[in-house]
Design a protein around this ligand. Structure first.
Ligand code: AMP
Length: 405
């Protein structure tokens, strides 16, 4: 570890006031936070943490990665152990911005540095079956599911759950990839064949006819303090998050229940840092957890201007062992993702805004991630639209040209 010659290093020495009796370290500003991954989540962590006085170094294979533009960067593959060792040497505390961290690298970093989040949570959330079992063990419901090892097992489980049902790879899927919605029994053979190519376990889930998709981000620090952000109502287009609407348009009891379930998962899984909990809400008020992400989440970007503490500041606070910030909502907000195809119209609008925002009294706050290539469907940025209510924010989003394409 570096930082042995400043106030931070002194605080890290065993037995000095910065060390808590329960072994949780307090890492104070001036220290360097190492981030495995240098994408937009790392960039926004570094921006929030830099404002507090922390330094950042990220490891990412892409030169001039989004986080590398606002922090130091080690350019190397994620599974390059030597590069990870270099990250450990330069950082006082290590975190990550994606969950598919190589197990060998995670173990090595734990050995050679301070990784308050540990590797157990990564192990759990890297695999859908392990994740579902952990959620259930925390006393929270998931959609009925079955592990699938053969086409016969798939047919039998599909008959039991009824159609449609969803076959998913246990690892490696994101934004709807690695999934097959089975709508007829004739598809089972082909679905099994296709997803088996991923060479990972498969899981079949009952299809939940949800009314809304919600997510809650919970934070927990090593001292065991837990805070939850207000639930977001998420709208996906072609399996990619399009909008997060906050407050979610559900009744107060559902909002409270969603936050309670997220806190229970943070506690049950011994989370340190953030855990994003994606949920399905059914018409009768039932909540099923779909999946977890042990990191800042796209559906929490709304917190950047709308909450007293952003998810990124909260994450840094948690991994550094500081008391957590107040997550309360200061303004209704709708977050809209900016994909590759939206960048052109967004830049045009920035240079010459239409009168709609002023007329509606909406304040659109633009965030762009500094990615070099605006590929179709690639997440390039987002806009947090603050307004007197979410209908007004939604009205601006549908009036502007940015999301017409
Ligand atoms: P996932 O990769 O698990 O987050 O799934 C991507 C999207 O597919 C979700 O946001 C849902 O819209 C849909 N989906 C996934 N699993 C189910 C399910 N069991 N029932 C209904 N819809 C689902």
């Amino acid at each position: 570890m570096s930082g042995t010659n400043g106030p931070v290093g002194e605080r890290l020495a065993p037995g000095v006031p910065g060390d808590r009796a329960d072994g949780a370290k307090v890492i104070l500003p001036g220290a360097t936070v190492g981030i495995l991954g240098g994408g937009q989540l790392g960039r926004m962590m570094a921006n929030a943490g830099s404002a507090m006085g922390y330094r950042f170094v990220a490891l990412d294979p892409t030169p001039d990665a989004p986080c590398g533009q606002v922090a130091e960067q080690i350019v190397a593959a994620y599974d390059d152990r030597e590069a990870a060792r270099e990250l450990a040497r330069r950082a006082d505390v290590i975190t990550y911005e994606f969950e598919n961290v190589d197990a060998g690298v995670a173990a090595m970093l734990k050995e050679e540095s301070y990784v308050p989040q540990g590797s157990g949570l990564l192990y759990t959330t890297q695999h859908r079956l392990r994740e579902k079992r952990a959620i259930e063990a925390a006393g929270v419901r998931v959609a009925p599911y079955a592990e699938i090892r053969s086409a016969d097992e798939l047919r039998e489980a599909a008959e039991r759950f009824g159609l449609p049902c969803v076959l998913k790879t246990a690892t490696g899927g994101y934004d709807g990839k690695g999934q097959w919605v089975i709508r007829s029994m004739d598809e089972t053979g082909e679905a099994f064949e296709t997803l088996s190519k991923a060479r990972t376990e498969l899981v079949l889930e009952q299809f939940i006819r949800f009314e809304k998709e919600l997510s809650v981000i919970a934070a927990r620090n090593p001292q065991g303090e837990i805070r939850t952000f207000p639930a977001a109502e998420n709208i996906h287009v072609e399996n990619i998050l399009h909008l997060s609407i906050v407050p979610a348009r559900v009744n107060a009891a559902v909002l409270a229940e969603a936050e309670k379930l997220a806190a229970r998962i943070a506690e049950g899984l011994g989370v340190v840092g953030l855990i994003a909990v994606e949920m399905f809400l059914t018409a009768d008020g039932g909540i099923f957890v779909n999946e977890l992400a042990p990191r800042p989440h796209n559906s929490g970007h709304y917190t950047m201007e709308a909450c007293r503490t952003s998810q990124f500041e909260q994450h840094i606070r948690a991994v550094c062992g500081l008391p957590l910030g107040d997550p309360s909502l200061m303004s209704p907000v709708v977050m809209a993702n900016v994909l590759g195809e939206h960048v052109g119209p967004l830049l045009e609008w920035m240079a010459a805004p239409d009168e709609a925002a002023a007329r509606l009294g909406a304040a659109p706050k633009v965030h762009l991630y500094g990615k070099h290539e605006a590929k179709h469907k690639r997440k390039m940025g987002h806009v947090n639209v603050l307004a007197k209510d979410t209908d007004t924010a939604l009205a601006w989003i549908s009036e502007t040209n940015i999301w017409r394409v």
